[in-house]
Design a protein around this ligand. Sequence first.
Ligand code: SF4
Length: 255
Amino acid sequence: MKREQVFEFFRRLAEANPAPTTELVSENPYQLLVAVVLSAQATDASVNIATKPLFARIRTPAQMIELGEDALRAAIKAIGLFNTKAKNVIALSAALIDRHGGGVPRTRHELQGLPGVGRKTANVVLDTAFGEETFAVDTHVFRVCNRTSLAPGKNVDEVEAKLDKIVPQPFRRDAHHWLILHGRYTCKARLPECWRCPVIDLCRYQPKTPPPEDRTKSSAARTATRASSTARTAKGRTASKPKANRSRSRPNRLP
Ligand code: SF4
């Protein structure tokens, strides 16, 4: 995609949603960090359901340690991989107390040194909690960047590096939010909703998904074609049937 097209791509996403943010609910960087760790291979909605009562009581690493792993496991048991996640959250809370005085560090290196914290989690925390221009690449961002040819790459690191290179100001801070939301609600994995996509003319994905009413019409047309061809075949069989009967019945009339 050319530079001016990339700008236009984000300009349109920004126009449609001027203040995007994560859909994970949290009230401080620590809660955000925990929510992002819990969101691995789970939906933001399922994490929010579990963290709503949890975060009403737990706002700091010390409170999480006091809660303990068993109670945390019970609180998040509706989320996938809850055993490992409970272990990691307790371990990262202890590490925050030991290494960072109970605060959340502001560097990638320190964040990624915490149990259960990978590059994507660090990127989300750096961007959302601390205002850094980072490009967290999750499954939605990866798909949108490859489908559209905005920032194609064989793996998340390649896509992240390309985004870092091509995303212009003033979109760098919120780019990953726009891409996640675009992938989650419009450029969906199974069937991208191209007919209502604001960047349809900039995207290189083919074939574009037509509007539902067109798909209904073309599926009705396909059904009609199939029905008429079935009818023609059946007619052909019926027409040739007497011949077959005649040839079978003749020997019976022989003496
Ligand atoms: S046109 Fe379709 S494939 Fe391209 S970004 Fe939009 S929804 Fe995705």
